[in-house]
Design a protein around this ligand. Sequence first.
Ligand code: GLN
Length: 197
Amino acid sequence: MTKVGVLALQGDFAEHLLVLRRMGVSTSEVRLPADLVQVDGLIIPGGESTTISRLVDVYELRSPLVQRAREGMPLFGTCAGLVMLAREVVKDNSVVPLGLVDIQVQRNAFGRQTDSFEADLPVPAIGPEPFPAVFIRAPIVCQVGERVETMAALEDGRVVAVRQGSFLATAFHPELTQDTRLHRYFVEMVKAFGRGS
Ligand code: GLN
């Protein structure tokens, strides 16, 4: 049976686990390199990317994680998780990203005035209904590489969801809504990986 791991070092990993369990997906918390071996895909949750970045090194997860990702294991990063997946974080060296998705991101891109907000966001890949996207001190994607597919952008054109092959990333928090379509989309990516396609 397909097992989806959630990186459980810091942030709102419990919410992701709850969504997956409600969907009937087998899950496990990932903290150690040995945990990583047990899973077919991994979600990196929202939280503080500075802390997640530091703990990834403390728990010696960085190189096994990058290795599994390069072997094709699907990853889904939400908010701080998107920052972690990026190639580069602009104007900020407090996060050492994993460098897996060819995007440049800017942390806390919406400023204090719009610390958090919700938007009905068109995400055509998951269906015609807009997605109720919750943004909390969210990053934006300020540059997208050639192999990266933009999955969603705000009305002003700022990119907030991308996919590059087996990697999916959103600047918002799908785990904080009742809409499970993005989790389902990711689980399908993980199942496809398990089937070797
Ligand atoms: N501002 C946080 C960071 O860049 C992300 C916030 C979040 O995950 N909700 O780490």
